[in-house]
Write a protein that binds this ligand. Sequence first.
Ligand code: RIB
Length: 293
Amino acid sequence: MTILNFGSVNIDHVYRVEHLVRPGETIASQDYHHFSGGKGFNQSIALARAGAAVSHAGRIGGDGVWLREQLAGEGADVRLLEVIDGPSGHAIIQVDATGENAIILFGGANRTITPTAAEEILDSFGGKDWLLLQNEISSMREILQLAGERGLRIVFNPAPMAAEVLDYPLDGVSIFVLNEVEGEAFTGATEPEAILAGMRRRFPTATVVLTLGADGAIYDDGAQRIHVPAQPVQAVDTTAAGDTFIGYFLAGLSAGDAPQAALELATRAAAICVTRPGAAPSIPRREEVSSEQ
Ligand code: RIB
């Protein structure tokens, strides 16, 4: 069984700074690197490194062919990742002394996906297939609608959150993986318990995984509630920690692991990710995660 990840691919320009730049301020960066990234790309890398069969659909420009090769090198199926004229998506990322980040996105090729192109891709999937989505590509509304009609098991990570997400056709979503900011946008609540209650009211049949950063994550499928604490680590760069969590969680779940085991695996993988710089390059391989037990 394949997981289709229909998502973004970015070139990340990462600047290490003493503090995140303030309005009107100019600061010098202490360091600069460019990495592969994009929430979609990172989640595909995490899935592949966790051992899942993943097919990545999306778009890049000619400047992003190396990203396609990197993904293929990890064992992901990249036949649905199209190279088009124009620039790839990119991200300008500041990382401060505590490992916290601030990100500006340029959509590029990620934002050229049309409803027709999305339909052609989704035509080859149905029934038992999983579809993983974030919110960095165009035609999200149509993708969600078509996937729901085809009965795909949709896992939705509403990141980055935007006002239009609240109007997406989300009734077909099986699993939401979201953080507190995204949870607040859906429910108006700020406390984890209230967010989970609000999500249950709004999406009665969906499973919700609420990630809480240093406080771990809470899983709620309506029948059971699981809290998995985060592993204490010294954060160097938190970029892609959420993506790592999602890829590992879904890899575990789709392989038949119980939610508790999938959550624990994902938590260990995310803890390793934050101890390393960069997005995709910081995502651990399965052997490293298992040996952390
Ligand atoms: O989640 C981290 C990712 O967000 C980065 O790799 C960046 O490209 C942005 O999409």
